[in-house]
Structure formats: structure tokens, C-alpha cells
Design a protein. Structure first.
Length: 180
């Protein structure tokens, strides 16, 4: 005896397949906007950026004209995408700013808070160390090997970098809180 699905069964299965396929397509379309993939430097325009990535969390004016639009994907994403748009509204660059290379550009006693924000983007969290009279900016980052870290940049009252701490996030590692 062979069991054949009924016509009603086939239709329900087809609808489930269609609904599942549609859900996957929508999910992938949402992910496509995560890092600006699909934007073409020199061709894409500001409207294309907003259509693909949404409204930026922050826009920073450039001295030469134009803006840098920041798209934080913090804290779990550990990325900060920056889209440089020239004065004519054309995309000139799309880059991930939370890199070890950029972190190494921070200079103790020299780099200002304004320069740090232009380099790394807006922090995930800000706090204050009252006894030390310092403002602390926190970012969630990956190192070059893909390990998760927290970056803490401390500024003195004059707005200059005084300390940069890079601490390993052990939450998901063996013995970490998520594993217990």
C-alpha cells in the first residue's frame, strides 16, 4: 500500500514551503544591509545608503566637505561601519572602523576625544570615573584573530586620551558565565 498526499496536503505543504522561503529571503535581505554590502564607491549616492542601511546613528562633517555616517552594530555585532559621503552626495568609502589598526592609532596624551570619535565612531557606552576625573568610552571589538574584546578609552578633563584598555570578553569561553 502506497500513501499519497491528498491535494489539500500538497497545497498546505506548498504554502509552508513558500512561507519558509519568503522568511529566508527577508532575513537575508535584512543582513545585506548590515555592512553596506552592495554600495559602490564612486557610484552609490546618499539615498542608496539610507535605503540599504537605514538612518545613521551619527553624521560627522568633514573639513574638506561631505560627511562620515556611522552605523554602530554594538555591542554583539562588534562593528562600526562608516560611510563617507562627499559634498555631492556620492559614496567615497565604506569601512569597518573598529579595527586593531585604528585602535593602535590612538596616542596617549595626544589624541583628543573628537579625533577618537572621528576614528572609531560613537561609543557603545559612556561612563565616568569620578575619583580619577575621567570619562570612559566603551566599544565591543574583535581582534585580528576574531576574539572578542572590550575597548575602554579614558579621557582626562581636557578631552585627551590618557589610557586605552583592551580586555578579553570571556563570557562565551569555557568556564565563562554563559558556559556555567
Amino acid at each position: 500500500m502506497t500513501l499519497e498526499p491528498t491535494a489539500a496536503g500538497r497545497g498546505a505543504g506548498d504554502l509552508r514551503l513558500l512561507a519558509g522561503s519568503l522568511a529566508i529571503v527577508l532575513l537575508l535581505a535584512g543582513c545585506a544591509s548590515y555592512d553596506g554590502r552592495g554600495l559602490m564607491t564612486g557610484q552609490s549616492r546618499a539615498a542608496d545608503v539610507e535605503a540599504l542601511m537605514g538612518q545613521p546613528a551619527e553624521k560627522t562633517a568633514l573639513e574638506a566637505g561631505g560627511n562620515v555616517w556611522f552605523y554602530p552594530r554594538q555591542p554583539q555585532g562588534r562593528h562600526m561601519f562608516a560611510v563617507t559621503v562627499d559634498a555631492g552626495g556620492v559614496v567615497r568609502a565604506v569601512e569597518q572602523r573598529l579595527t586593531m589598526e585604528n585602535i593602535h592609532r590612538l596616542r596617549f596624551g595626544e589624541t583628543t576625544a573628537k579625533e577618537t570619535r572621528a576614528l572609531l565612531g560613537p561609543p557603545w557606552r559612556m561612563s565616568r570615573l569620578e575619583r580619577q576625573q575621567r570619562e570612559v568610552w566603551e566599544y565591543a571589538v574583535y581582534d585580528a584573530r576574531g576574539f572578542e574584546f572590550y575597548l575602554y578609552v579614558q579621557f582626562s578633563g581636557d578631552g585627551v586620551v590618557r589610557e586605552v584598555l583592551l580586555l578579553r570578553d570571556t563570557y562565551f569561553e569555557p568556564g565563562g558565565p554563559a558556559r556555567d
